[in-house]
Design a protein. Structure first.
Length: 569
């Protein structure tokens, strides 16, 4: 924007000088006349239609080149160049045939894993002719529950389920049942749901040290909270005349920001993390800020390695450049505010930091409510207003909408309100104390196991482990044989466990540690052996430079996941 203003000022100054100087005006006219004569001589002999066709064609080519160089979406110039090159190479019949052959193997592997019928499994490919009774439906569900490969209720999964307390489950289910037909789209009909949502936002803003102007709304999850926040910053950018608003975030920032950039046609620039601390490189972020940047993103903590970014330093950048700073605390948002009371003080990470303008925090994780609940917060209503959507000329009436969804499940809001009331400050402090204690103990113990090392400095709820001596995905496969489901990471290869309240009970932390030790000992008997299965697929995928091939696999995985019919032999 500054460059455009300077350019226009220079042109205006040049024209003003020409206008004030008669000799300069005459000279300018003479030069124009010479240029006109040269152009006329160069096109002499061509017909008018030829001149028009060449001019139109050249203009179109230059415009396409401009769009390619400048970009109109979330991809960088380098990504667009790579994509074009790989697309050209893949179009060659011999190469494309080879790639398709390998892709078909992987597709078949996914289909076999997801669609092979389990013993006793039945498939319903059409509605029953006659509706089932309550007892019949419960019997069907009992049969489907037997398909679960992991005992997530006992803590054999990373994250996923955050608190299976029977009393909490009962109260959230009872409250949801009471309000399952309500919809906050109609606050006049369901005023209690409007009140509950406002109170959830108020409580959460207070936890993050928001002032009297802090505000927000309840969303369906972290992805929607992030998308709404980015929409708000896009609106701020538009109001400043920025055509393609840009997000700056780290390579460890959640992929929901990429999704938001894709949906909102924003550009997203990824800043590499420091290889040791796994925090975002603040100096690199400072260099990447430009006139289109509307928001910086900091993590508290980030998903892959559980590391908190240097939020105060990023805040200084935001204030200096007069742009927004969003703190993504979706994963740890209902742990961090209680850590100081739990005996684990942290540097300020919330609205106490002057540059922080918005925060996302998931109530359906460590807020211990049912899935489908998150909160997005803003420092003031002026920023929040850009997330809203209002249609004034619809025949159905004036349509204002606070979030992506129109109708929303009031039962989820009510269950969230009830869970937070049930937990209270004391409940959250105690659960935070247990989780942080377990996380830091696991990090210390895992780091002491030969052939493993912990990535970064996990301070809250996630421990990521890697190895320089063997393929870390082989550890994931061996743990699967012991009924553990961990999260694989990439760039660099690693796996992590997200510690939940369930892992703090019944010695699950010690069982996890002992199982890891046993698996490492087994792997190190033949650390160089060729891996197979998911470990081989995940490991190979990182070596493929054409990421569109990996996208094809991802699309196929989603298509298979949404297929009801069993795999045919």
């Amino acid at each position: 924007m500054l460059f455009k203003l300077l350019f226009l000022a220079a042109i205006t100054f040049f024209l003003a000088v020409l206008w004030e100087s008669p000799s300069a005006r005459h000279q300018f006219r003479d030069e124009l006349e010479k240029a006109r004569g040269h152009i006329n001589r160069s096109v002499k002999g061509y017909e008018g239609w030829q001149i028009i066709a060449v001019t139109a064609g050249a203009t179109l080519i230059l415009y396409k080149l401009y769009l390619f160089l400048v970009g109109t979406g979330e991809k960088t110039l380098w990504e667009r160049i790579k994509g074009t090159c790989f697309k050209t190479v893949r179009s060659l019949p011999f190469i494309n045939g080879k790639i398709e052959k390998e892709l078909n193997k992987t597709r078949r592997l996914l289909e076999t894993e997801l669609l092979t019928p389990k013993p006793g499994e039945t498939f319903h490919l059409s509605l029953p002719e006659k509706g089932l009774s309550h007892e019949e439906i419960m019997k069907e569900l009992d049969g489907m529950d037997k398909l679960e490969p992991y005992d997530w209720r006992k803590g054999y999964t990373s994250g996923c389920a955050y608190n299976c307390d029977d009393k909490l489950t009962k109260i959230t289910c009872d409250v949801f049942r009471r309000y399952c037909w309500t919809n906050p789209l109609h606050p006049d009909i369901f005023p209690q749901i409007r009140k509950m949502e406002a109170e959830i936002v108020q409580w959460t803003a207070k936890l993050f040290n928001g002032g009297s102007t802090s505000c927000g709304c309840v969303t369906s999850g972290g992805t929607e909270s992030i998308m709404l926040a980015m929409k708000a910053y896009r609106g701020v950018g538009y109001s400043k005349g920025i055509q393609y608003p840009e997000i700056l975030c780290s390579s460890a920032t959640h992929a929901a920001f990429n999704k938001a950039a894709h949906y909102l046609r924003m550009k997203i620039t990824i800043i590499k993390c420091d290889p040791l601390s796994r925090q975002v490189d603040v100096k690199a972020m400072a260099r990447a800020i430009n006139s289109n940047t509307v928001v910086l993103v900091a993590n508290a903590p980030q998903y892959p390695h559980g590391v908190i970014d240097p939020i105060q330093k990023i805040s200084e950048l935001a204030l200096k450049n007069k742009i927004g700073l969003h703190v993504d605390s979706c994963l740890g948002g209902f742990l961090l505010p209680f850590m100081e009371s739990a005996g684990y003080p942290l540097d300020p990470f919330d609205f106490r930091v002057p540059g922080v303008t918005s925060i996302s925090a998931d109530t359906h994780k460590y807020g211990y409510t049912t899935k489908g609940s998150s909160v997005v917060l803003y420092r003031n209503k002026e920023l929040r207003q850009h997330q809203f959507f209002v249609v004034t000329d619809w025949e159905g009436g004036i349509y204002p909408s606070a979030s992506v969804a129109g109708s929303r499940p009031g039962g989820i809001i009510a269950a969230t309100w009830a869970a937070m009331m049930y937990m209270g400050m004391d409940g959250y402090v105690e659960s935070t104390r247990s989780i942080v204690k377990t996380t830091r103990w696991l990090a210390q113990e895992l780091n002491s196991i030969p052939h493993l090392y912990v990535m970064g400095n996990p301070m809250v709820n996630v421990v990521a482990i890697a190895s320089k001596d063997f393929n870390i995905y082989e550890l994931n496969e061996e743990m699967r044989k012991r009924n553990w489901s961990l999260n694989p990471l990439q760039f660099p290869p690693a796996v992590h466990i997200c510690v939940t309240m369930i892992h703090t009970r019944d010695g699950m932390d010690l069982k996890f540690l002992n199982d890891v030790k046993e698996c490492v000992s087994l792997i190190m008997k033949d650390p160089g052996k060729k891996v197979s299965g998911a470990a081989a697929v995940y490991g190979t995928s990182q070596a493929i430079p054409d990421r569109s091939i990996i996208s094809d696999i991802g699309y196929h995985y989603l298509n298979v996941s949404l297929t009801a019919a069993p795999l045919e032999n």
